[in-house]
Design a protein around this ligand. Structure first.
Ligand code: NDP
Length: 447
């Protein structure tokens, strides 16, 4: 049961945003965590901080017309939700996936506020995207779509205003087309307007690897608290995109054995550990399907099209595909099979019921807004390099990322302790992220 004042604010938020289940889920989770703050600091809610935090500063929805390879006109919908700029310019990725709608963009933007605050870097929260599906599209189609998308978005963004990046369906190719069109329309080389850029044109080393690396580092930190490590441990990873690939790489570097990868068609199990070069060739270069991995592994891996990747026994689990991909039954199965830590590479991949099961079973659970913050943190490092017209080495940048991830872990752990919920990273991350944003909002007055 929530405190009545908090419940009243939450009810108003839910009523004002009907038909947005993902946003409701994200908002409920934050309100649940903030119950411990409400007990000690009712002034945040009294000052309307929560009501204001839940209402995006600006929401932009626009038409994206483009012409496909057959000469047919296609129309998609573009979104940019500029959620909160208390700590810096809006910052958050663009997602291109057929499922994208306002609810999904808002849940992602809302989470982004707290995540960005946790990094300790000066970035606000935002998110955007389109219901455009890049699967099966030619490079020319993707380029024309990106150019049309940016023809509207460019007027809303800028290095001091709003700095988009990649997410599902938006990688180096899409960022290139988007940046090219922005440069053309604005007639200036404003490198800091987008992150995730190519290394030859303002990108940062380690940005590609950062989210996956960060999620694995976060898992390692949780394991350390339990006096253990990845060494020799089996890990199940879902997804086979940017986050999953580099989570697998870092797990391997830390001595773990990542044995699975998946996409929306199924998953592969490779008991010897995923062959990363093969996975990268199929997914990053050929943009193929995950079944091809098993076909080309010469009998050492199997492809499973039914069931769930979470049925595979392992010590550590890293969901790295998409929201709500790990349900209560999956959590039960993982617990039965002896999982000790779960680190979310994706945003909100575990359902609330699954999170409860992990926590009740004493599994170390790192929520996405803490565990996957390495991507946006390194985006902020890319902005720093752009502003200074500088380019840092891989080693230096990775060192900064590692330091930031350890800092986030420590902050979440200590904040959970401070509020009497030891080991609860969900509460720790939400409260630590919230406090900084809330205090800045109070300083600025009612705006
Ligand atoms: P990619 O597009 O590179 O990869 C996404 C992967 O997840 C693909 O393997 C895709 O398979 C799978 N997937 C996507 N949607 C579904 C679905 N509905 N059902 C099953 N599988 C699905 O995206 P990223 O790796 O960049 O992002 C993955 C997650 O990490 C997202 O939640 C994103 O928000 C989060 N994240 C990403 C960051 C980044 O820096 N990239 C930063 C922080 C969080 P298929 O190809 O079959 O669709």
């Amino acid at each position: 049961m929530l405190d009545p004042a908090l419940q009243k604010t939450l009810d108003a938020v839910l009523a004002r945003n009907p038909g947005e289940p993902e946003f409701h889920q994200a908002a409920r989770e934050v309100f649940d965590s903030l119950a411990v703050v409400q007990e000690r600091h009712p002034e945040y809610n009294d000052l309307g901080i929560l009501a204001r935090l839940c209402e995006p500063e600006r929401q932009i929805i626009f038409r994206v017309p483009w012409v496909d390879d057959r000469g047919q006109v296609q129309v998609n919908r573009g979104f940019r939700v500029e959620y909160n700029s208390a700590l810096g310019p809006y910052k958050g990725g663009l997602r291109f996936h057929r499922s994208v709608n306002l609810s999904i963009v808002k849940f992602l933007g809302f989470e982004q506020i707290f995540k960005n605050s946790l990094t300790g870097l000066p970035i606000g929260g935002g998110k955007g995207g389109s219901d455009f599906d890049p699967h099966g599209k030619s490079d020319g189609e993707v380029m024309r779509f990106c150019q049309s998308f940016m023809s509207e978005l460019y007027r809303h963004i800028g290095e001091y205003r709003d700095v988009p990046a990649g997410d599902i369906g938006v990688g180096a190719r899409e960022i290139g087309y988007l940046f090219g069109q922005y440069k053309r329309l604005s007639n200036q080389y404003e490198a800091g307007v987008l992150t995730g850029k190519g290394l030859d044109w303002g990108g940062s080393l380690v940005r590609t690897e950062a989210t996956g690396y960060g999620a694995a580092i976060f898992a390692e930190e949780m394991l350390k608290v339990r006096d253990t490590s990845f060494d020799g441990r089996r890990a199940v990873v879902s997804g086979s995109g940017n986050v999953a690939i580099y989570a697998i790489q870092k797990i391997q570097q830390l001595g773990g054995i990542a044995i699975t990868a998946s996409d929306s068609s199924g998953y592969v199990v490779d008991e010897d550990g995923i062959d990363l070069e093969l996975l990268k060739q199929i997914k990053e270069v050929e943009r193929g399907r995950i079944a091809e991995y098993a076909e080309r592994r010469g009998g050492r891996a199997r492809f499973v099209s039914e069931g769930s990747v979470w049925d595979v026994p392992a010590d550590v689990a890293l969901p790295c595909a998409t929201q709500n991909e790990l349900h209560a039954r999956d959590a039960k199965k993982l617990v039965e099979n002896g999982v000790i830590a779960v680190s979310e590479g994706a945003n909100m991949p575990s359902t609330p019921e699954a999170v409860e099961i992990f926590q009740a079973a004493g599994v170390a659970f790192g929520p996405g807004k803490a565990a996957n913050a390495g991507g946006v943190a390194t985006s902020a490092l890319e902005m720093q390099q752009n502003a200074a017209r500088d380019a840092w080495s891989f080693e230096y940048t990775e060192g900064r990322l590692t330091e930031i991830m350890r800092g986030i872990h420590q902050n979440a752990l200590e904040t959970a302790d401070e509020f009497g919920r030891p080991g609860n990273y969900v509460i720790g991350a939400n409260v630590a992220g919230f406090r900084k944003v809330a205090d800045a909002m109070i300083a600025f007055g009612v705006i």
